[in-house]
Design a protein around this ligand. Structure first.
Ligand code: F6P
Length: 375
């Protein structure tokens, strides 16, 4: 077997704390332990298409462990469906061409669920690919956790702690919106850690009257403020029914036109969901008579220096990645499993999402301390 000499590394999808720690770990272990040269690919898969590379060595990998974001840049483009001058084109053959032209023997793709799908599309084109899981959403399938989550959890928890004291002083409802469109891990964990009174997540559709009832009950007991931790993708029962029906129509669609129509319908439902946290706060104000305020934590959750836990996880996965590259073990995502790192075939990860099981032990613990989920 030909020895692996030169490896590319890219970061794709939304950025998160810990990406630089992972780049550093792969790079240092690859050339330090195995003598493999590592080159950075700029802006995710876009850099592979446009042939934009960055030389990486001991010098420029030094001092990035604690730095947020990604020194390589990132993008959300899909190599098989890239829009160029208004036309959608499949750029995978261009990637294969650039891979060989730049004498790459493998590419490390650091990203979430979408990146795993794109990585698999390149495996299918015959490239050596290895994937590392990152996301603040903690929704990558088949891994215990992903780097980025712990840092975001710390930020969201601290933010809600601060909202607590002001909600208390003004006798208000404060609705804190936390990232997580399709999975509620971050809102759930931050809500529990900060003692939110209500936690709303996409996996448990809520009834606003039940939320209001829980808040009124607190008022009757003399506590006339409440903290609602809501995931950006949390949906009411009515919305959930509309999404379910649209998804079923998509599954039943037999013609291409039918599939496109139901995809457009789902996109429209997503569009209508925008601003739902503001509407929820207004409705709670009407139903409880308590003044309500909204705080959208937004991109603050994705920025800044990674926590010690995320630095550790990124370093564990990144150094293990260098060993897997050296052993020529490709087409896998490296999953964090307990104290170890395990390879999982990309086919088992791509297109899957780890959602919060409604009876998960975290949900049960939150219920046990009196948290309302609006169900
Ligand atoms: O996947 C991470 C995430 O931060 C989600 O929680 C959020 O919904 C999304 O990215 C925002 O994406 P963008 O950076 O494209 O606005």
């Amino acid at each position: 077997m030909k020895k692996i000499r030169r490896v590319g590394i890219l970061t794709a999808g939304g950025d998160c704390p810990g990406l630089n720690a992972a780049i550093r770990a792969v790079g240092k272990a690859a050339f330090g332990r195995h003598g493999i040269e590592v080159v950075g690919i700029r802006d995710g898969f876009l850099g592979l298409i446009e042939n934009r590379f960055l030389h990486l060595d001991k010098l420029n990998l030094a001092g990035i462990l604690t730095v947020g974001g990604t020194i390589l840049g990132t993008s959300r483009i899909k190599p098989h469906r890239m829009e160029i001058s208004g036309r959608v084109r499949d750029m995978r053959d261009r990637i294969v061409e650039n891979y060989h032209r730049n004498k790459l023997d493998a590419v490390v793709c650091i990203g979430g669920g979408g990146t795993a799908k794109n990585a698999l599309r390149l495996v299918e084109k015959g490239l050596n690919i290895i994937n590392l899981p990152k996301t603040i959403d903690n929704d990558v399938a088949m891994t215990d956790t992903s780097f980025g989550f712990d840092t975001a959890l710390g930020i969201a928890t601290e933010a809600i702690d601060r909202l607590h004291s002001t909600a208390h002083s003004h006798h208000r409802i404060v609705v804190a919106e936390i990232m997580g469109h399709r999975a509620g891990w971050l809102a759930l964990a931050a809500g529990i850690a900060s003692g939110a009174d209500v936690i709303l997540i996409p996996e448990i559709p809520y009834d606003v009257t039940k939320v209001a009832q829980a808040i009124r009950q607190r008022s009757r007991r003399g506590t006339n403020f409440s903290i609602v931790a809501v995931a950006e993708g949390a949906i009411s029962r009515e919305e959930a029914a509309r999404f379910k029906a649209a998804r079923e129509r998509k599954e039943r669609a037999v013609t291409r036109a039918g599939v496109l129509k139901s995809k457009a319908e789902l996109a429209e439902l997503d569009h209508q969901h925008a601003g739902s946290t503001l509407r929820l706060a207004r409705r709670l104000e009407e139903l409880t008579g308590l003044e309500s305020r909204v705080t959208i934590l937004g991109y603050v959750q994705r920025g800044g220096t990674p926590s010690a836990e995320d630095r550790l996880l990124a370093t564990r996965l990144g150094t293990a990645c260098a060993d897997f590259i050296n052993e020529q073990h490709f087409g896998v995502m490296l999953a964090a499993r307990g104290e170890g790192v395990q390879p999982v075939p990309l086919e088992d990860v791509a297109g899957k999402r780890k959602e919060v099981p409604p009876n998960h032990s975290w949900v049960e613990s939150a219920r046990a301390v009196g948290t309302c989920f609006g169900d």
